[in-house]
Design a protein around this ligand. Sequence first.
Ligand code: CA
Length: 223
Amino acid sequence: MRLLLAEDDSVLGDALSKSLRQSGYAVDWARTGQEADLALTDQVYSLAILDLGLPKMDGFEVLRRLRQRRSKLPVIILTAREALEDRVKGLDLGADDYLAKPFDLPELEARLRALIRRGSEVATPEITVGSMSFNPVDRIVRIDGTPMELSSRELGVLELLMLRAGQAVSKEALVEHLCSWDDEMGDNAIEVYVHRLRKKLEAAGIQIRTVRGLGYMLDKVPV
Ligand code: CA
């Protein structure tokens, strides 16, 4: 799951992107409003966290332009200002939620999950492949009801394969799904994660097939 974080405060931005990455999200961190606007135009995200006081273009303008493009992307605005009118203006412009600084990380993450859940309510119920199930909201993969132990990168790979079960997923799509701007990841790394996942999935009778020239596909092992 890929998030855009627009925040010009380097200490806060660094802390936020680190902790969100640890929670398994791919985070692109934009330092200016202009950068955020470009990213939101170019890339597909699951959610955006938008500071209001940003250089070059303020958060209100970024949000206004996003909604003008008819994007329904869930947006949380961050504001240092206690001013009620800022919150009201943000919500009027189409923000889904707001947090006043300073805030606690667990609270931000809880609100992220709530917004992602709301956004995916209609779209994606639990996905199953054989004995394996994946819940896109809490992002837990279970085999016969037991949660699997996965690193955040393994989870990212398996998540995309589950979301597109029955279709081939290219290595490029996997890299895109896992990585933020400042990460470097090659095809080799994807092969390593796939290798580890194959071992973990073997006993459950689930395979990750290599589809020549196309990528990987998740499937039940034929009996
Ligand atoms: Ca700021």
